[in-house]
Ligand binder design. Structure first.
Ligand SMILES: Cc1ncc(COP(=O)(O)O)c(C=O)c1O
Length: 500
């Protein structure tokens, strides 16, 4: 007892406060705490990268309906598999109900009568899903060394099924574990998925096995850092960048080394710096494209140079493409995975930004690695291991993903990119009138722009993203509000500028 109170065995974990010392969220909280409560004007949130509150950035009704359908179907009330629901990850179109049922019956018959005939069917049907299914069947047969027993009560009464459902059913049955009736998701096949979505832009085909669903891109970052951290290792991060990488690396005792992005060159990566920083303990470099906080969009040539440099250094590229396709300038979006045959790439993304639904918390971690280096090195296995001890994205959002990806029309994406272009133009023009601030590079993508500053104002300070003497503002807000915000910034300058 001390001073009459009990001495408790627990205490604060100080390393957590250190790791999270500088995060965008932390700085935003400080800014909010410092707002003038007397000022009745509407707050213009130029520091915050979440446009979902603005009516012009409302997500597509396709996405709303997909979620409603998923919830109402009652097919997604169960726990999701570790790596995510197959329809959300898969790449091929599906089968209809009758094909599914016929397949199921054939499979069951074959398993009961002559299990080894399965391999002949495998030869005939080459779909990736069947490949996976038969692999599990074969393993189950080898492991059980006795006829497989199926808990027929666990079979669903009616409905179309996914290959993953069959897989789960067979795997669980073969291990003779009781499965709860209704625990399987008998969801519609015929939808497309994250792998299919990414395959549209790649010269090779990702399979669902390459895709891991995560709780937003944030968890994809977290898993990646945990997987790569080992004693003495270091990771190369961009400056300015997204401070969550620093925070996660610090928490996992992975040393962060910074290479600069060059404002005069459209915030391209300083590849000489990358080479100078790397050593035999470097595991990866992070590339955020389109860029937060710079609004940059890298050319094909620059991305290829990054891939070649990483290959030379023997490190992987972590491609944060959470702003993928949010481009409105001259440069089109090129995914880093295009260079997956040069260097192994882990692609991180989510629907948070392109669909303007950051609160839905679904993202992905993808091994864009046609040479299978990540598989061979055990990184893929480690990702699965890490996911096994992590929380899963909500199952009904996973269930909605195929419909969201399949049914969202180009009009929606074009509308969002047009608003962002308009907002970026407003930024560019208005900032010309504010002498204390310069804009080194007009944004061409993402939702942010970096402003060099000489006076301090209440916008996200550059230090929050690794750059002193800069400000980061988001232009992903209603354009009219953006104009008001920039006018206020100008007025601030008028009041506070040092007289020459
Ligand atoms: C560069 C970058 N990566 C990842 C994230 C996190 O994305 P999500 O909201 O999908 O978790 C953000 C969010 O602002 C971001 O700017």
């Amino acid at each position: 007892m001390e001073n009459g109170s009990k001495k408790w065995g627990f205490q604060a974990n100080k390393s957590l406060s250190t790791a999270s010392a500088v995060t965008v969220r932390g700085v935003l909280n400080v800014l909010l705490d410092n707002l003038n409560k007397e000022d009745t004007r509407q707050l213009i949130p130029l520091a915050h990268g979440d446009p979902s509150a603005f009516p012009c950035f409302r997500t597509t009704t396709v996405a709303d309906e997909a979620v409603v359908d998923a919830v109402r179907s009652a097919k997604y009330n169960h726990y999701a598999p570790t790596v995510g629901l197959l329809p959300a990850r898969r790449f091929c179109g599906g089968m209809n109900l009758s094909v599914s049922l016929v397949l199921l019956i054939i499979l069951l018959l074959l398993m009961v009568i002559k299990p080894f005939r399965l391999f002949r069917i495998y030869d005939l049907l080459t779909r990736d899903g069947l490949d996976r299914l038969f692999r599990h069947l074969r393993n189950a047969l080898v492991q059980s060394r006795q006829p497989l027993l199926f808990d027929m009560n666990a079979l669903p009464t009616i409905g179309s099924t996914t290959l993953e459902d069959l897989e789960v059913f067979i795997r669980v049955s073969s291990s003779k574990t009781m499965i709860k009736s209704g625990a399987l998701s008998w969801s519609l096949i015929g939808n497309r998925s994250v792998a299919d979505y990414l395959n549209r832009d790649l010269p090779y085909k990702l399979s669902p096995d390459d895709v891991f669903l995560t709780l937003g891109c944030t968890q994809a970052i977290e898993i990646t850092i945990i997987v790569l951290a080992r004693p003495g290792a270091n990771i190369l991060l961009p400056r300015p960048g997204f401070p969550y990488y620093e925070a996660r690396a610090a928490h996992s005792h992975l040393e962060a080394r910074h290479f600069d992005l060059i404002p005069e060159k459209g915030w391209e990566v300083d590849l000489d710096a990358v080479e100078a920083l790397a050593d035999e303990n470097t595991v990866a470099m992070v590339v955020i494209n389109p860029g937060n906080p710079c609004g940059s969009v890298y050319s094909y040539q620059h991305l290829q140079k990054i891939a070649e440099t990483a290959r030379k250094l023997g490190i992987m590229v972590i491609a944060d493409e959470v702003y993928g396709h949010l481009t409105f300038g001259n440069s089109p979006f090129v995914p880093m995975g295009v260079f997956g045959s040069i260097v192994p790439v882990l692609t991180l993304g989510s629907i948070s930004k392109r669909w303007i639904v950051p609160g839905w918390r679904i993202g992905w971690l993808v091994a864009s690695d046609p040479n299978g280096i990540l598989q061979e090195s055990g990184v893929v296995e480690s990702i699965k291991g890490c996911l096994n001890i992590s929380s899963d994205p909500v199952t009904f959002i996973q269930g909605a993903i195929p419909q969201i990806i399949d049914n969202t029309t180009e009009d929606f994406f074009t509308k969002i990119n047009n608003i962002l272009r308009e907002a970026a133009d407003i930024c560019y023009e208005k900032i010309q009138d504010i002498p204390c601030i310069t804009l080194p590079h007009k944004p061409e993508g993402s939702m942010f722009v970096m402003l060099a500053k000489e006076e301090s104002v209440m916008i996200l300070p550059g230090t929050a993203v690794g750059m002193k003497n800069f400000l980061r503002i988001t232009f992903a807000i209603e354009p009219s509000a953006l104009e008001v915000g920039l006018e206020r910034l100008k007025a601030f300058y008028g009041r506070h500028a040092k007289k020459q």
